[in-house]
Design a protein around this ligand. Sequence first.
Ligand code: PGA
Length: 253
Amino acid sequence: MKNRKPLIAGNWKMFKTCLEAVETARQLVKLIPDNTTVDVMIAPPFTSLMPVSDVMKGSCVSLGAQNLFWEPEGAYTGEISSGMLVSAGCKYVIIGHSERRQYFGETDVTVNKKIKAAIKDNLIPVVCVGESEKERESSHTFSVLDKQVAKGLENFVSSDLETLVIAYEPIWAIGTGKTATSKQAQAVHQYLRLLIEKKFGNNLANSVRILYGGSVKPDNIKELMLMPDVDGTLVGGASLNAETFSKIVNFQI
Ligand code: PGA
């Protein structure tokens, strides 16, 4: 029996206009029972944060952002700060998604700065890590994760990271339909928990939630969630449709 409350998070990436986002959020709120035993988060594009926040008020679905910039304010055209996200109703922020690392030059160093900014404003950071197909095939999965965790979480102490969520997202499984098997996911999650234990001690290792992401669907959620170190999922494509996402959230029913 896990003592960590599962988190099922949806990442809408660059999909949905404001109207579409509000409509999907409305449907979602209706489909997820108030007494759900898991935490639920949706991360729409920045433009839809406020209107979606209004729809979700009073429901058990929380709002997250897909990115942030580490400075509190200033002449940084096009960027959004943690304070702005809080003011738009966000509780969570996704940091270091592989698409941001791949297309927008994010590194472990920028990830580190973003985590710092998020926790300063009491946003829950959902920090993404994961290896590419080439790295897995050349048996570098664990060394890639070693570096991402060591650098991404550098200079923090365990009390800084009480709310930390880690999302293990093997790049080869994102949007490809190739899910890691539950055994593959468990092996990596166990390894990540061990890394946290070595660096920050037993308490944080036991409480940190480690999500799996990469082609999660209603038909593979149960199997993944049965794994002792899988504490939830970060869902991309399958979170865009309210009915499909609600089936993932309601996986126990
Ligand atoms: P996917 O995306 O579920 O579409 O594979 C997961 C993610 O990128 O967070």
